[in-house]
Design a protein around this ligand. Structure first.
Ligand code: C5P
Length: 414
């Protein structure tokens, strides 16, 4: 690992890794989902301490939460004197999930008649709140008033989803999906060092139709590009995600432009160019398209003789512009050694495509590239390279944004 990659690891550690989370669990049927939330947070390197209200113990046992967190579970205001001061003092962030109308009312009004409400009153950091209740309670003027006040006081809301509620009714009130709560927590602990940046991200594959049922595409899933869009949003940037077909849910708070073909992606990129300060081309844009698309399903013989034409190279087009945003491209290549000289090809692309950074992405390994949750990359910049260890795609996204942040700061200075 190079020195600079070590530096990146450390910056990544400023996010969820090593964060100390104080999780409040209150009396909603969704309380059992706290187990999954704790596991998800711990998987990402956070430590979690749990404070339960009495009502929550009807829905999940303290022992289950103790086993999930690996820590003692708290609940009694007078059990351990001063725990309502010491627990919040030792935490970087407080999360209330699920949050009932009752805890919102207490927190909004500064009540402190149980351990969790007292912790909320003495806590000095960011609070993330994920409500869960019947839709009538959720929409009630009193609850909405309390929620508004909590948000004014700086709390981050993870809005509940619409769906079938425990009472059998349909409506807004289901606790948000665990993934959304984790994303909100990551956002709350993240530095907002990309505030003021307008970042365009492309992601996923493109599709070029041969006829109405067949197309040419590739194995890209969009995981890397979506991770970049989410991370840039967390760090305060205004983000537009232009995505080819992908099964991933578009990140909250991000402008989302779905496209199919390379031409559509190019048009969307050029359409959003004005005002953009950074473009990250993480999409695996197909290089070839059929010269013409069959109007009906073609005969097999006709398919075997289709003629292909080159698609526009969006990155090169942007790279050739005189005044252009900071440009980052990805090069999906086979790694070095017996199987290819991908790194050399990627470095050539940095020059030929006129990019500021090319991220060499090793697609010869099972744990890297298309579809994997981890990635092995080397960041190539003019005159230097940064060989990163195998990391999660979220961590790679943070490392890429770290370089972007540094280059943008330099550009502003000169
Ligand atoms: O040449 P190659 O496809 O390996 O280049 C990869 C980089 O160029 C990626 O950032 C990709 O998004 C971009 N690209 C493009 N238009 C194409 C092909 C690739 O912008 N037609």
């Amino acid at each position: 690992m190079t020195n600079s990659s070590l530096k990146n690891r450390k910056r990544v550690a400023k996010s969820l890794r090593d964060s100390r989370i104080l999780l409040g669990v209150t009396g909603s049927v969704a309380a059992y989902k706290a187990i999954e939330l704790i596991k998800g947070l711990k998987e990402q390197g956070a430590s979690v301490r749990v404070v339960m209200t009495d009502a929550s113990k009807n829905f999940v046992t303290p022992l289950s939460l103790q086993l999930a967190s690996g820590e003692k579970v708290y609940g009694d205001l007078f059990g351990e004197p001063m725990s309502h001061i010491s627990l919040p003092k030792d935490a970087d962030i407080m999360v209330i999930a699920p949050a009932t109308a009752s805890i919102a009312a207490k927190a909004a009004n500064g009540m402190a008649d149980d351990l969790l409400s007292a912790c909320l009153l003495s806590f000095r950091g960011r609070v993330v709140i994920a409500p869960a209740m019947n839709w009538r309670m959720y929409e009630s003027p009193a609850f909405q008033r309390n929620l508004k006040r909590l948000i004014e006081d700086g709390a981050a809301l993870v809005p509940p989803d619409k769906g079938l509620l425990a009472c059998g009714e349909e409506g807004v009130g289901r606790m948000a999906a665990i993934g959304k709560i984790i994303e909100a927590i990551k956002s709350a602990v993240s530095p907002k060092d990309l505030l003021g940046e307008k970042i365009l991200v492309t992601a996923g594959p493109t599709r070029e139709y041969i006829d109405p049922v067949r197309f040419i595409s590739n194995a890209s899933t969009g995981k890397m590009g979506y991770a970049i869009a989410r991370a840039a949003k967390r760090r305060g940037a205004e983000v537009t995600l232009i995505s080819g077909p992908s099964a991933i849910e578009p990140p909250a708070g991000v402008g989302f432009i779905p496209v199919v073909t390379a031409i559509q992606m190019r048009d969307a990129v050029l359409g959003h160019l004005p005002g953009a300060t950074v473009i990250v081309m993480a999409a695996a844009v197909g290089d070839f398209a059929p010269e013409a698309m069959g109007k009906r399903k073609l005969d097999k013989a006709a398919v075997s003789s289709i003629k292909l034409k080159k698609t526009p190279d969006i990155l090169s087009e942007l790279g050739a512009m005189k005044k252009r945003p900071l440009l980052i491209g990805f090069a999906a290549e086979f790694g070095e050694g017996r199987r290819g000289d991908g790194l050399k090809r990627a470095r050539r692309k940095l020059i030929e495509k006129g990019a500021d950074i090319i991220v060499f992405n090793d697609v010869s390994r099972k744990d890297s590239g298309f579809g994997a949750d981890t990635n092995k990359v080397v960041m190539l910049l003019k005159g230097r390279g940064n060989d990163l260890p195998l990391m999660s795609k979220d961590e790679v996204a943070e490392a890429v944004l770290e370089e972007i942040h540094a280059l943008r700061a330099k550009r502003k200075r000169f």
